[in-house]
Write a protein that binds this ligand. Structure first.
Ligand code: UDP
Length: 473
């Protein structure tokens, strides 16, 4: 397994954003965590170090944990394509979607265990009794039993789910249950996602959080936004690009020298254009294709200066998502099938993932440049992109599904689309938001306040301390 460097981060800058009593409460919980762990380590295991919400969160949250004097480490699975084929199937089923329709039986169970065998032995050799292991998502489910045998507390943290379980979610849970049922604790993003057999006092509902100081969310000047977008090719710029400077997670400076031709289709947006933006992995459940169709269908009613940008990671960088390249290609095919005048209004962007900080900087700039952020997911465990956009005071239009229902109060902190498959509904809501910039700004400000109250790292970590209190007594 690969160990990802977790750089301890002082919390002063985060504290500066919080009221004094909230800082005092957090410090008190951090002291409780240190005494519960007695110097033990909190290990995190995830499928990938970049791309997607889990990696995004761990990158900064774990730095804070180290910053308050708790030893935490992060390991990423070596994995194998056959592991991720099975676990992506499970992932889709947990969302209630058929995915590739492949089998999920004893042969797949054997595949998963065999693919994880080296990694689990590697981790078993590193842990000591009294440590806690947090296993993230279905890719890691096959590690529970072996680690418990080493005398550590094992918590499985599931980041996905569906509000209304169906026969497909049942299939996924049937597959996962024998792997997971011995776990000491379970964490879900919403209560509705937990199967009945997890609903004990060992289960917690913990909402994901964002870090306002990370490369993804830190404030950017208008000039930094412009430079980043020129760099992606989404905004026209000089033929010879100046270097792109960005600030890394640890506060150091990063620079990109290469000119990247990242807009795959659609070319640069005109200066001054208003942008409707969805940033997502190229996953069918994010429905990038539906956003494209809904937007194009509404072009007759939307103002002429409004353009759509769909941006996601360049699939060649993402190892644990075999569908990414296919879904991007579907969007590119759709784009090619548009009338020439429509094509001019839609832009598809592949973002590089080789430097996490550079990628985050580009997403940050894109979100800040957006007039409206869309997240038209068909299902969504919890949409970090939405929290990120709300923190940046962007008006958000998102599907009324899953965690998005907790994140957005319709009409007050954002707009919810009652039926995520209703393309005309998306077009009409975009028309409403773009047609009333004063109201959009007020809603966006309320959105930022709600993220400040509920979704910053201190809230997230306090909830874990509560769970550890139950497990480590
Ligand atoms: N993201 C990114 N680069 C991309 C696409 C997405 O950094 O090209 C990030 C995005 O900003 C967010 C995370 O990946 O932080 C996606 O998390 P979310 O909860 O929205 O969805 P998930 O991918 O976990 O299903």
């Amino acid at each position: 397994m690969q160990e990802i460097d977790v750089v301890p981060m002082k919390l002063d800058q985060l504290y500066a954003l919080l009221p004094a009593e909230r800082v005092a409460q957090f410090e008190e919980r951090a002291a409780v965590a240190r005494s519960l762990l007695h110097g033990g380590v909190v290990w995190n295991v995830s499928a990938t170090a970049h791309g997607g919400g889990v990696a995004e969160m761990l990158q900064t949250l774990l730095s804070y944990v180290r910053g308050v004097g708790v030893d935490t480490r992060w390991l990423v699975l070596t994995g194998a394509p056959e592991l991720f084929t099975v676990t992506k199937r499970v992932h889709n089923l947990l969302h209630g979607e058929p995915g590739d329709g492949g089998p999920l039986g004893p042969a797949e169970l054997a595949t998963v265990l065999a693919a994880l065998a080296d990694d689990v032995e590697d981790l078993a050799a590193r842990v000591s009794p009294g440590d806690v292991v947090l296993l993230h998502d279905p890719q890691t489910a096959g590690m529970v039993d072996r680690l418990r045998a080493r005398g550590v507390a094992v918590v499985w943290r599931c980041h996905v789910g569906r509000d209304t379980p169906n026969g497909l979610t049942d299939r996924a849970w049937e597959f996962l249950r024998p792997l997971l049922q011995a776990a000491d604790g379970f964490v879900f993003s919403r209560e509705a996602y937990a199967p009945d057999w997890c609903r004990t006092d060992r289960m917690r509902v913990i909402a994901p959080s964002i870090d306002p100081l990370s490369a993804k969310n830190r404030p950017l000047s208008a000039a930094e936004v412009q430079a980043a977008l020129v760099h992606t090719g989404l905004v026209a710029g000089p033929n010879t690009l100046p270097d792109l400077h960005y600030v890394r997670r640890d506060g150091a400076a990063g620079t990109v020298r290469r000119h990247r031709d990242l807009v795959t289709d659609g070319g640069p947006v005109p200066a001054g254009a208003r942008l409707v933006v969805q940033v997502s992995r190229w996953d069918r459940l994010k429905d990038m294709a539906g956003v494209l169709r809904g937007f194009v269908g509404a072009l007759g009613t939307l103002p002429g200066d409004v353009h759509l940008v769909l941006a996601g990671p360049d699939p060649s960088y993402v190892s644990d998502d075999p569908e990414g390249a296919v879904v991007l290609q579907e969007c590119r095919d759709l784009w090619r099938g548009l009338a020439p005048a429509e094509r001019l209004r839609v832009h598809l962007v592949r973002l590089p993932m080789d430097s996490v900080d550079e990628n985050a900087h580009l997403v940050n700039a894109l979100q800040r440049r957006a007039t409206v952020i869309v997240q038209k997911s068909l299902v969504e465990g919890f949409g970090l992109t939405v929290t990120e956009a709300m923190w940046k005071e962007r008006p958000v239009v998102a599907s009324a599904v899953g965690g998005l229902l907790d994140q957005i109060e319709d009409g007050r902190t954002g707009w919810l689309l009652p039926d995520p498959t209703d393309l005309a509904g998306l077009g009409a809501t975009l028309g409403t938001v773009l047609g009333d910039p004063v109201r959009a700004a007020a809603v966006a400000a309320a959105g930022r306040a709600s993220v400040h109250e509920n979704y910053l790292g201190d809230r997230h970590l306090e909830a874990y301390v509560d769970l550890f209190g139950r497990l480590l007594r």
